[in-house]
Write a protein that binds this ligand. Structure first.
Ligand code: DQA
Length: 149
């Protein structure tokens, strides 16, 4: 079975984008870390990034149907700035019942006040914030621990 790792807007720029905030690892580095962490626990990874809210919603729906067929454990999701704006992503998670671990590379609570509120958190199973790209690995481990116990 697999774990979906989903990345929202601007995360394709990881590694060159505000490295003092987000670090020097690229999204390809993150993907490799996720594949290693998941395979150590016996899972495959479906890794996606999109800058488009609707495409992210479609992927959550796809994750929901795969979960219902027993093909997918859940989603590790960094929604980027849609975290702070998207009722539609909140509704997609609620509507599919798919377990989602919300991940933020930076500590959003130590940044601008517009980053302090998340529309995703009330629909999330767990949240990992401020631990750098290692948060994705912790998200995978947390998802497996939470959902398979
Ligand atoms: C982010 C935090 C968001 O506020 C920001 O818009 C991002 C990345 C993070 O991983 O720290 O794009 O989700």
């Amino acid at each position: 079975s697999s774990i979906m790792v989903l990345n929202g807007p601007n995360l394709n720029l990881l590694g060159t984008r505000e490295p003092e905030t987000y670090g020097h690892e690229t999204l390809a580095d993150v993907e490799a870390m996720c594949r290693d962490a998941a395979s150590a626990l016996g899972y495959d990874v479906e890794f996606y990034q999109s800058n488009h809210e609707g495409a992210l919603i479609d992927l959550i729906h796809e994750a929901g149907s795969k979960m219902k067929k027993g093909e997918l454990l859940g989603v590790v999701f960094n929604p980027g700035a849609y975290t702070h704006t998207s009722i539609a992503l909140h509704d997609a998670i609620k509507g599919t019942d798919v377990p989602v671990i919300e991940v933020h590379i930076s500590n959003v609570h130590a940044r601008e006040s517009f980053r302090h509120h998340s529309y995703i958190s009330p629909a999330a199973t767990g949240i990992i914030v401020g631990l750098g790209v290692q948060g994705y690995v912790l998200g995978i481990q947390g998802l497996v621990a939470k959902v398979t116990n």
